[in-house]
Design a protein around this ligand. Structure first.
Ligand code: ADP
Ligand code: MG
Length: 270
């Protein structure tokens, strides 16, 4: 957990909310390449996300999953290729793009010494919501993430699962079209994971497009409409998930082994 606020967030706050987004695909990646120094990590990603879709991204450690999320969030720049989000192109229009993105990364970006409500009020006002709008939005989010009863308790006293849910509320404060989550099940027990599932389903019902990096095959297979495996710098496999049982966790694990050449995805569970 960090108590410093990245400048990127402060910049985003200056932008008005939801831009006009005519395209059906809210995210379009074309031959996206990202190299650090001379080391290519993403070698040509082609991907479209439809509005309202829930997508799970799997892949070995170091395969570039977090890099892809940071690129989409406009926090880092692509080396080559096109990234269009809601009609805005990166890196040129990164300020507009960031206004449409809520990112939940390993850093939860919460202030431990503030209460849940104070944290959300802080971020709401950072995003230029008026005080009355902010108050309304914050109560709504606290209810959505199941923290209304703990609104006046300091974050330091929260369990990992509660902090994770508050962090999702923080990411949703400006009502972004797209929610990006980087290994959100990390450190959660079974109950907290189940609560997270409920919360992600509700975010989806509200129309947020969700891209979630995870090693949790069971959750991925059940929750996500679409499953992607990132391997050797490209989307090496794509399949359907979801509640109609298109693929089971075991089938997905087998597929993962086949595609990545790794013995098991369970080796590096969150
Ligand atoms: P994943 O999230 O799939 O585990 P990452 O996107 O974090 O993978 O990292 C992909 C690769 O890029 C790794 O080899 C990692 O060491 C490297 N990498 C990530 N961030 C940086 C950076 N800022 N500078 C140099 N190399 C980086
Ligand atoms: Mg990562």
């Amino acid at each position: 957990m960090t108590t410093t606020l990245p400048l990127d967030l402060a910049t985003t706050a200056q932008v008005s909310q939801s831009a006009s987004t005519p395209a059906r695909a809210i995210v379009q990646l074309c031959e996206l390449v990202k190299a650090y120094e001379d080391m290519p990590v993403l070698r040509g990603i082609n991907l479209e996300l439809a509005r309202g879709e829930m997508v799970a991204l799997l892949g070995p450690n170091g395969s570039g999953k977090s890099t892809l999320l940071k690129l989409l969030a406009g926090l880092i720049k692509p080396t080559a290729g096109r990234v269009v989000i809601g009609g805005w192109e990166l890196p040129r229009e990164s300020v507009q793009v960031r206004a449409q993105i809520g990112l939940v990364s390993h850093k939860l970006l919460l202030y431990e010494g503030l209460t849940a409500r104070e944290n959300l009020m802080f971020f709401a006002q950072l995003y230029n919501l008026s005080r009355s709008e902010a108050l309304k939005r914050v109560e709504q989010l606290l209810a959505q993430v199941g923290l209304s009863a703990r609104a006046d308790d300091v974050v330091r006293s929260f369990s990992r699962g509660m902090q994770q849910r508050l962090s999702i509320a923080r990411a949703l404060v400006h009502n972004p079209s797209i929610l990006l989550l980087d290994e959100p099940y990390t450190g959660l027990d079974q109950d907290a994971s189940a609560s997270l599932d409920v919360l992600l389903r509700s975010a989806r019902v509200q129309g947020h497009t969700i891209l979630m990096v995870t090693h949790q095959i069971e959750h991925a297979a059940q929750l996500a409409d679409r499953l992607l495996i990132l391997s050797r710098g490209v989307i090496a496999w794509e399949g359907r998930g979801g509640e109609n049982g298109s693929i089971t966790g075991d089938e997905l694990a087998r597929r993962y082994t086949q595609v990545t050449g790794l013995a098991s995805l369970r080796e590096h569970e969150e």
